[in-house]
Design a binder for this molecule. Structure first.
Ligand code: NDP
Ligand code: GDR
Length: 373
């Protein structure tokens, strides 16, 4: 019989790639989506299966990580072999604005799922993956970070995820649950949410190239991150749950770059050379060469990036670099897509969307910003 997986956060970046991956492996995949006033399934619409006709292997359930009875009912109904807890208020900056909600979803939501598994007596059947994060390290004292590096989170998001990390370990130790933490470093893709830094840059610069925007406003571009591709990272989420022994693993590329580097790469994909001048809040990026016809609206001398302190965080995580040796040695995992290749893919996708938008504009059919793809 096909294995059954339940994914929270199935409508998000990772959830959509993981659902595709598990369907290709022959799984029956159940996902939890939130009720919203407008459609929020764009990332999984292409794998949607009509429940009327198809005897579907991909099934969506309405639910929310803040609702214990709902989660318990879904788990009782699905009887999953594997639960992937990817659902979260996942934006670090937003967690400073909504700390209590973030704790409810990211920390207590994890507890609710684990308790549902225990309450239903599924501890021996259901394996559990927890989406832990490099944000646990926060203010790092050791580089690169491994599974044994001490945690010092720097945001309500990081602190909530710290609770989730430990409650997962606790249910493993206390009840013998097969529960694993994947400590994942930043991973991106063309499906990344538009307000995370990589996507903000690739989308913003594609729009600037075609005259849909004038300037990118950024926060701390000195921040250093270890970026990988979401497709590589969801594969590892599944691999962890196939092990006989549940353990925690760092998943990272082992290479670090600055946000400034990412801006430079993205501009280069559009044929633009940049000069970064000034420091701190006065830093800008000015175009020094236009080397292709991809950016017909940009001129040498244009300032296409400025700093806006609104995007600074009350406490910043300046530098993260992961050491994925354990995952490589024990599971044979190696990432296949470099950060630079991923950046090229993201720019290409966002450029396609911007071109569609520019065509509409040129025909006098411009859409409001909020409705642009
Ligand atoms: P996204 O923000 O793209 O997706 C988050 C998902 O969680 C969405 O499906 C969202 O639903 C859902 N969600 C949010 N709140 C709730 C709630 N109250 N109840 C149920 N579902 C909810 O995140 P990613 O796909 O990038 O990340 C997946 C997980 O991995 C998250 O837990 C994140 O914290 C963690 N992580 C991510 C990393 C990264 O670099 N991407 C690195 C390390 C960890 P909706 O679509 O309706 O908003
Ligand atoms: P992060 O990702 O906080 O690492 O969390 P994000 O892309 O939001 O920020 C990365 C770094 O870029 C700096 N930065 C900006 N960030 C945003 N969003 N917008 C800006 O304008 C901007 N300018 C500079 C940030 O300050 C930060 O240093 C992501 C999320 O996916 C988490 O859910 C996940 O756990 C971690 O990655 C690993």
């Amino acid at each position: 019989m096909a294995k059954r997986a339940l994914i929270t956060g199935v409508t998000g970046q990772d959830g959509s790639y993981l659902a595709e991956f598990l369907l290709a492996k022959g799984y029956e995949v159940h996902g939890i989506k939130r009720r919203a006033s407008s459609l929020n399934t764009a990332r999984v619409d292409h794998i949607y299966q009509d429940p009327q006709t198809d005897n579907p292997r991909f099934v969506l359930h309405y639910g929310d990580l803040t609702d214990a009875s709902n989660l318990t009912r879904i788990i009782a109904q699905v009887q999953p072999d594997e639960v992937y807890n990817l659902g979260a208020q996942s934006h670090v900056a937003v967690s400073f604005e909504a700390p209590e909600y973030t704790a409810d979803v990211d920390a207590l939501g994890t507890l609710r799922l684990l308790e549902a598994i225990r309450f239903l007596g599924l501890e021996r059947k259901t394996r559990f993956y927890q989406a832990s994060t490099s944000e646990l390290y926060g203010q790092v004292t050791q580089s690169p970070q491994t599974e044994t590096t001490p945690f010092h989170p720097r945001s309500p998001y990081g602190v909530a995820k710290l609770y989730a990390y430990w409650i997962c370990v606790n249910y493993r130790e206390a009840y013998g649950l097969h529960a694993c933490n994947g400590i994942l470093f930043n991973h991106e893709s063309p499906r990344r949410g538009e307000t995370f830094v990589t996507r903000k840059i690739t989308r913003g610069l594609a729009n600037i190239a075609l005259g849909l925007e004038n300037c990118l406003y950024m926060g701390n571009i000195d921040a250093l991150r270890d970026w990988g591709h979401a497709k590589d990272y969801v594969r590892m989420q599944w691999m962890m749950l196939q092990q006989d022994q549940p353990e925690d693993y760092v998943i990272a590329s082992g290479v670090q770059h600055s946000v400034r580097d990412f801006i430079r790469w993205s501009a280069a994909e559009l044929g633009l050379d940049l000069d970064f001048t000034g420091t701190g809040r006065a830093e800008t990026a000015v175009v020094t060469a236009v080397r292709s016809d991809l950016a017909p609206k940009v001129r040498v001398g244009d300032t296409i990036m400025r700093i806006d302190p609104r995007y600074y965080r009350p406490a910043e995580v300046e530098s993260l670099l992961g050491d994925p040796s354990k995952a490589r040695k024990q599971l044979g995992w190696t990432p296949q897509i470099s950060a630079r290749q991923m950046c090229a893919e993201m720019v290409a996708e966002d450029y396609r969307a911007a071109r569609r938008q520019a065509v509409l504009r040129d025909c006098g059919l411009d859409l409001p910003m909020a409705m642009r793809g």
